[in-house]
Design a protein around this ligand. Structure first.
Ligand code: WTA
Length: 652
């Protein structure tokens, strides 16, 4: 076997073709795959958005920099709000907002959202914010967050949203890298019934951010937070006396390639990368994919993306895509298990949610808690489910379909990245036959491939590296201030192609199976095995809720597989259970993939966006000091796992 590809061993043969009823009403039909690339994106560019001045050139591509919709003038906020109100949709609900404390609710219409945005934009203008002023946003999941983003976009002021769970240090790094002059934050936010002290963190960060001249503080909990004279003002002070009339604050006409926002993402070095997203291509990309992949019917659907706006998923599929499409969305402030584990299903029932988009990590948490929480609620309004963020284990996909989709809704497993801005590999729900665990096909207009170490395409069934061979409208336009890193991270690994950093394989039907980050691939006796496949085999066992595997050095086999396993509620870890699970993997995949040892643990270490941090598990497995833990959601988890790993000796 070659060591240049990733071996794929996991066989999955369940198939779910779209129902004739769904297919008959679907927004996207099979013929769009045949539309030539230029025609497709030119057509979507004219159809999805309203231009102040039409574009004159579709694409200028000088690898690795693309320019889309050249010559066009456009404003994102105009497309997300003003034009809908002008078209008579002002009374449509943009967001059903639900606070974490039970009973805090508001239905916010497009007219109301526009008024809030205009007021805020007028206030920001009075502070000196205008086209090109960089603004930092550090807020919790409330309506104030989209208002802040849209007010910036109205003025042409680029923003960077820093997830509310990040520390003062992470906030300071980002504000300084973008040279933000203004910070929009809030007193505190709620998370699982606890307080998150956003303003206190912001104050700590601002000690090392001399460029930030003004800080606006929204009042969420109304806590009495210290205010710095001359620098800080409350949100009420910002908007007091400001006009809500759209005409008082016209939308800035932006060039297609003007900066819309930066969003920071972690890389292999400690310095986060400011991913650059510009205006027109991004908006066309997210609006097109949102409409086609989620089959959005804006008049009747209630769409809920349960991510946080602080991640790219929230930028593209809670704020910009859905609002551009005049959707009605749910915006939920809190966690899924507060006050009870059925909170999400209560929301689905009450708002009659039709489309739900979430992450595999959330689905696995619900699996662990058991299906009885969903069963208490009427979920029959749901007609489409989606996932994003990690490869989904087939058993989690099946659980989602069965217990949430009531065995009838299609599931769209959508692959994309902060860098790609929009979904790139995904089923189209009325067209594609889905398979649990496969993200299926590149979206129309997208050319993806799987290549080996030399950049040669790998044939059907073979595993390798996922690459993109053509530019797409919402693609990143670089890493802010770091051209060399942009080129070396994404464009130098394979000449002429975008390197995503993910492993993948394409099966006989041309469907893509994502295998996780390539840095997570293990090498056992010369076989390169992807972590996701061993994890999926473990999760396939009825006693297992969640699993993460990694390789540790082994004198004999190069690497040996170590598995960290969280059992279902009520199950106990034991030597017998350990043997049973090892044999289960041997049966599902083959003896080569049998974990050398298994550590039972109540939790796995995850980033704040829910991705398992295998790098730390490798440190534990190798009994090394832990690497950088600053992006961990709960640092205590790793210490506990390390204790258990020592207590459970290797088995072979
Ligand atoms: C992973 C999130 C498998 C992948 C939008 C990617 C996925 C990284 C999927 C980007 C999926 C995302 N199947 N893996 N459907 N979706 N990923 O930047 O490793 O937070 O490179 O963007 O998540 O994560 P990011």
């Amino acid at each position: 076997m070659s060591d240049q590809t990733i071996e794929t061993l996991f066989a999955e043969d369940r198939r779910y073709p779209p129902s004739p009823e769904f297919a008959a009403q679907a927004n996207a039909t099979a013929d769009i795959y045949d539309v030539p690339f230029e025609d497709f994106w030119a057509g979507e560019g004219r159809k999805r958005v309203t231009w102040f001045e039409p574009f004159t050139s579709l694409l200028e591509w000088e690898l690795p920099y693309a320019k889309w919709y050249g010559g066009g003038k456009i404003n994102v906020t105009y497309n997300c709000l003003d034009r809908h109100v002008e078209a008579g949709l002002g009374d449509r609900v943009a967001y059903y907002y639900e606070g974490e404390p039970v009973g805090e609710r508001a239905a916010i219409t497009y007219s109301q959202l526009l008024e809030e945005v205009v007021k805020a934009a007028n206030g920001l203008k009075a502070l000196g914010v205008g086209k090109g002023t960089p603004v930092g946003i550090y807020m919790g999941m409330g309506p104030g967050l989209p208002v802040a983003m849209l007010a910036c976009a109205r003025l042409g002021a680029p923003h960077t949203v820093v997830f509310g769970g990040f520390s003062a240090e992470a906030l300071a790094d980002r504000l300084n890298d973008m040279r933000c002059e203004v910070l929009l934050t809030q007193d505190e936010s709620y998370r699982r019934g606890q307080i998150v002290p956003l303003k206190r963190n912001a104050d700590e960060a601002l000690v090392s951010c001399p460029g930030v001249m003004k800080v606006v503080v929204g009042q969420r909990t109304r806590a009495d937070v210290p205010m710095v004279e001359g620098r800080d003002l409350t949100w009420n002070e910002l908007v007091e006396g400001q006009s809500t009339d759209a005409g008082s604050c016209p939308c800035e006409p932006m060039d297609s390639e003007d900066l819309l926002y930066l969003l920071y993402t972690s890389g292999t070095t400690a310095k986060p990368k400011g991913i650059v997203h510009t205006t027109a291509g991004y908006l066309v990309g997210v609006a097109t994919t949102h409409s086609m992949i989620f089959d959005l019917k804006p008049e009747t659907d209630v769409y809920w993306c349960a991510a946080d706006i602080g991640w790219v998923t929230g930028h593209s599929y809670i704020v910009y895509g859905p609002l551009c499409n005049a959707a009605t969305s749910v915006l939920y402030e809190g966690v899924p298990d507060f006050p009870d584990k059925d909170r999400w299903w209560d929301l689905v029932e009450r708002y009659k949610v039709t489309i739900l988009y979430t992450a595999p990590t959330a689905i696995r948490a619900h699996m662990k808690w058991g299906p009885e929480h969903a069963a208490k609620h009427d979920l029959s309004s749901l007609r489409l489910l989606g996932t994003v963020g990690e490869p989904i284990n087939p058993e989690a996909w099946m659980w989602y379909r069965e217990h949430i989709g009531l065995d009838r809704t299609p599931i769209v497993d959508t692959w994309w990245q902060t860098e790609t801005g929009m979904v790139l590999i995904t089923p189209l729900p009325g067209v594609t036959t889905t398979k649990p665990g496969s993200a299926t096909k590149p979206f129309p207009g997208i050319e993806a491939a799987v290549v080996d170490d030399r950049g040669e395409e790998v044939g059907p069934g073979g595993g390798g590296y996922l690459v993109l061979k053509k530019p797409w409208p919402a693609m990143l336009r670089g890493i802010y201030g770091d051209d060399a890193r942009y080129r070396s991270t994404y464009w130098e690994r394979f000449s002429g192609m975008y390197f995503a950093g993910d492993g993948a394989r394409i099966d006989e039907d041309g469907d893509f199976w994502l295998l996780g980050r390539v840095d997570d691939v293990m090498n056992v006796s010369g076989h390169r095995i992807s972590t996701i496949e061993v994890e999926s085999a473990l999760v396939d066992h009825p006693s297992v809720a969640e699993a993460a595997v990694c390789g540790r050095n082994d004198a004999l086999t190069g690497q040996a597989i170590v598995a960290f396993v969280t059992l279902m509620r009520g199950e106990e870890g034991s030597v017998e259970r350990l043997e049973e699970l090892r044999n289960h993997v041997a049966v599902k995949i083959g003896p080569i993939a049998k974990p050398a040892n298994i550590v039972f643990t109540p939790e796995l270490p995850k980033t704040r966006s829910g991705k398992i941090m295998r790098r730390l598990l490798r440190d534990v497995a190798e009994d090394r000091p832990l690497g950088d833990t600053t992006t961990l959601a709960d640092p205590a988890v790793v210490a506990e796992i390390a204790d258990r790993a020592v207590a459970q000796p290797a088995d072979e």
